[in-house]
Design a protein. Structure first.
Length: 560
């Protein structure tokens, strides 16, 4: 594939339309979220596609809020959506719109359908409408109110608008075909009565258009050329086109469907995500275990890595499950280049160098990045008392354990070779301190000794160590596809969050909004929301290696 060839079928369609002169070569897309929750990783794919294809073709993209259901929508969600789209790297310019901007035009379109005999006011209850609708295998039946006259329908609809009726007392429906094989075409609802406050129009309206009616016409009003949506709307396309065919707006948009992004070990249903938040299974929409864009951002995922991930999974017509490893590999590749290195000890074990003078201090020069000399170096304080990882010591070590053990030697990163001489335990028999000696002739980088050992471990000086809370995140669910299970909450991973009291090298106490690689441990990012001046909090972004890859691959094979 050359750079000039399209990367997917949607880009091929757009390229063909431009070549044919359709829409005068214009490309206008839209991202139409409903402000009833926070955006998630699936939305990121749609955002990257809609803004991406427009940017690639000198087009433009509308950010249009679908605010047709005020019962579930809020300004909080709207602001969060704007923040997430901007953070991902996209800008809608002056094209921030709302379905409510078109309420007058949508109402006029509904009256036009009534005048054409294509819409009627139905007085059945919601339950009766469901009963009349039929099933996927049996046709529906006409409402007894389907043959109301145009004048009666118009009168009732206008009285609905004036607020003369209660919620659910009437509904405006399209008159299409109650025996259609496509259940979406069986006289779908166009307007319902809702006596509620609307976040933008207050109490001006008490009837609200349904999404299927408002969406396609809003596309037409805005001059959208390619209305890109996920496959669950494929069966709605005939209805989308029916409204356009009947009302014949000056501009005709085209709906094109693509597969949604299904990420392993997550759920992306807004209903389920909302349940996780409201019932306290997670600490909010931006909990770093959540697949929301806000959660991924707080955890430390770079926006560029998410864009790269969306590019890698591609645009297809086939629904499939994407391994979490694909997303995390994009993050690792980004952070491997971008993140400076630091030393931290997550589970500290104290080391005392018995032959190192108590009042002695020296500084070890450490690289900020092994492959980017332009990022410079830093000075690490080295003292008699240090902390190492508890896992880097084993009292009864196997032969090939090349870290610290009684009588064994390791090199301290950027420092000296040390030998473990004595092990101090508490009354319960737990190791609480190691007494070690250092070899003066083995300082790293001096070339004063050719003596080598097989193991090198990281450390932090006890004298200026920064006490911190470090949160180790893992998969939120234990099953590959938790959303497919009715009892999905029973699949929550009890080990999805481990909090440890760590010690960090000096300088990390006031780090802000910048990821680091903690050497040998993984990539970590300060949690700006929960950190305090006296107690910094760091989130683990990803590990250095993917320990789940083999398990995910086995689960994928079993699923298919």
């Amino acid at each position: 594939m050359t750079d000039s060839e399209p990367r997917d079928f949607i880009r091929q369609i757009i390229q063909d339309d431009i070549a044919s002169g359709k829409h005068d070569g214009a490309v206008v897309t839209r991202f139409p979220p409903e402000p009833n929750g926070y955006l998630h990783i699936g939305h990121a794919k749609s955002i990257c596609l809609n803004f991406g294809v427009a940017n690639e073709n000198n087009g433009k993209t509308y950010l249009r809020f679908d605010d047709t259901n005020p019962c579930k929508e809020s300004e909080e969600y709207a602001h969060a959506i704007e923040r997430d789209v901007h953070w991902l790297g996209f800008d809608w310019g002056d094209r921030l719109t709302h379905a409510s901007d078109y309420f007058d035009k949508l109402y006029a379109a509904a009256e036009q359908l009534i005048e054409m005999g294509k819409a009627y006011v139905d007085s059945l209850s919601a339950e009766e409408i469901r009963e009349h609708r039929g099933t996927l295998t049996s046709p529906g039946k006409n409402s007894p109110y389907r043959d109301r006259s145009v004048d009666e329908n118009m009168d009732l609809f206008r009285r609905m608008k004036k607020g003369e009726f209660k919620d659910g007392e009437h509904v405006l429906r399209a008159k299409i075909d109650m025996s259609s094989a496509n259940i979406n075409m069986r006289d779908p609802a166009l307007y319902r009565i809702r006596h509620v406050h609307h976040q933008r129009s207050s109490r001006e309206w008490c009837i609200y258009p349904m999404y299927d009616f408002a969406h396609g016409l809003s596309d037409a009003f805005e001059g959208i050329t390619h209305s890109l949506c996920t496959l669950e709307f494929e069966d709605h396309r005939p209805l989308y086109d029916w409204f356009i065919d009947q009302l014949e707006p000056p501009h005709r948009p085209r709906q094109i469907e693509f597969s949604r992004l299904n990420l392993a070990y997550t759920v992306t249903s807004k209903r389920k995500l909302n349940q996780l938040v409201t019932e306290g299974y997670v600490a909010g929409w931006d909990d770093p275990r959540m697949p929301t864009i806000a959660g991924l951002r707080r955890r430390g995922f770079p926006a560029a890595a998410i864009r790269d991930f969306c590019s890698r999974v591609g645009i297809t017509k086939k629904n499939n499950m994407i391994e979490m490893a694909v997303l995390e590999n994009s993050v690792r590749e980004n952070l491997d280049v971008a993140a400076e290195r630091r030393m931290a000890v997550l589970k500290p074990l104290k080391v005392v160098l018995t032959n190192y003078p108590e009042d002695r201090e020296e500084f070890m020069e450490a690289q900020n990045h092994p492959n980017r000399p332009e990022l410079g170096v830093r000075q690490l304080l080295f003292t008699r008392e240090l902390y190492i990882e508890r896992d880097d010591f084993m009292e009864d070590a196997p032969r090939k354990f090349f870290r610290l053990k009684p009588g064994g030697e390791v090199r301290l990163r950027y420092g000296y070779i040390i030998r473990c001489d004595d092990v101090i335990k508490d009354d319960a028999g737990e190791v609480i301190e190691l007494r070690c000696s250092f070899d003066e002739e083995t300082r790293s980088g001096t070339g004063s000794s050719d003596r080598k050992v097989k193991g090198t471990i990281h450390w932090v000086s006890a004298r200026n160590a920064v006490a911190a809370e470090v949160r180790l995140y893992d998969r939120l669910f234990t099953e590959l596809d938790p959303g497919a299970q009715d009892e999905y909450l029973s699949l929550l991973n009890p080990g999805s969050l481990e909090i440890v009291a760590a010690v960090l090298e000096a300088g990390l106490g006031d780090a802000k909004d910048k990821p680091f690689q903690f050497e040998r441990l993984g990539y970590f990012c300060p949690d700006d929301k929960d950190s305090t001046e006296t107690r910094p909090v760091f989130n683990r972004v990803v590990t250095l290696r993917d320990s789940w890859a083999k398990l995910e691959k086995q689960a994928m094979l079993q699923k298919h």
